[in-house]
Design a protein around this ligand. Structure first.
Ligand SMILES: [Zn+2]
Length: 309
């Protein structure tokens, strides 16, 4: 018998009630978890907290994104995240730009990822990680794009200038370097469609399942995810099943889409997990409010499958 930990990203908000879900309401509530623990409530620290990793390397995220996307990175390299934005008439980044884009950069490589996101790998740039200052999407706040140029090294300034088009720009931010994992989780299997979580799984040496229909959003193939989790549970004592779509629907401020997706998880995934012989735990990494589109740092409820009498 294995233990399957199902993390439903962004599940909770002030309108979330387990009694509204047929299968979740059959589970036993057994306590609250302070997943954010005073940090910004983001998926990465919150999921690591749930895995018992409380001390999180500071420059980690970009490295995990690279691992998740299968991008080769060496210990000496510097990784930066890229976010492409349209510019408004005042030269202020206004909204994400999903159009295809390619660029050649000196001393490194540019990798487009999903949507408006990308990664930059600067070869042998790791020593710069503490010397540079970058500005990410959360720091735009009406500032002109010129004020968001990274500082501390000419190469980054050049790349930023190169990414600047007439009506768009690429913000370079989230500096990161390769880091060894604090623990290894070789007896865990992981099911996720989200690149960051795939990278986390690989970093922790979990077996990360390959999925055909996982999108990391509400159009994901839930049946396949549930099936893979049960398959991995035959081979590993622990399985992490991460389902992302509810967080995305909340960011889109679409309450109805979130609610419908949670119902689908309840019927297509939870039902089958609860019918299995395995121990099942359900929780969320953090809440996401579909009214504001923002993450919430509240305590997260933990549910477990009831013991059969
Ligand atoms: Zn989110």
């Amino acid at each position: 018998m294995a233990k399957i930990l199902c993390i439903i990203d962004g599940m909770t908000d002030s309108g979330f009630f387990p009694k509204n879900y047929k299968n979740l309401s059959q589970m036993e509530f057994f306590g609250w978890e302070d997943t954010a623990s005073g940090r910004t409530p983001e998926t990465l620290p919150c999921v690591l907290h749930l895995l018992g990793i409380k001390k999180i390397p500071y420059y980690l995220r970009g490295y995990l994104e690279a691992l998740g996307a299968g991008i080769p990175v060496e210990k000496e390299d510097l990784i930066l995240r890229g976010s492409r934005y349209f510019l408004d008439e005042n030269h202020v980044p206004s909204r994400p730009c999903n159009e295809e884009f390619q660029m050649e950069i000196e001393g490194g490589r540019y990798y487009p990822l999903e949507g408006y996101q990308s990664l930059f790998v600067f070869l042998k740039g790791a020593p710069l990680v503490e010397k540079i200052q970058t500005f990410g999407p959360h720091e735009i706040k009406g500032r002109k794009v010129e004020e968001l140029q990274p500082t501390g090294h000419l190469l980054l300034e050049k790349v930023f200038q190169k990414g600047m088009q007439k009506d768009s720009c690429i913000l370079l931010w989230g500096e990161s370097v390769a880091t060894s994992p604090p623990k290894r989780y070789k007896n865990w299997g992981m099911v996720t469609g989200k690149n960051l979580l795939k990278g986390m799984g690989k970093w922790l040496e979990m077996e990360v399942a390959s999925l055909e229909g996982a999108t990391g959003d509400t159009d994901t193939d839930l049946e396949e995810k549930g099936k893979k989790a049960l398959e991995l549970a035959e081979r590993f004592p622990f399985v992490l099943l991460h389902i992302n779509g509810a967080d995305e629907a909340s960011h889109r401020r679409n309450f109805k889409e979130k609610e419908e997706f949670l119902q689908k998880i309840d019927q297509q995934v939870l039902k089958k997990l609860l019918e299995s012989k395995h121990e099942i735990l359900v929780t969320s990494d953090h809440g996401t409010d579909p009214k504001t589109g923002e993450h919430l740092g509240d305590l997260q409820p933990m549910y477990k499958k009831r013991d059969r009498p």
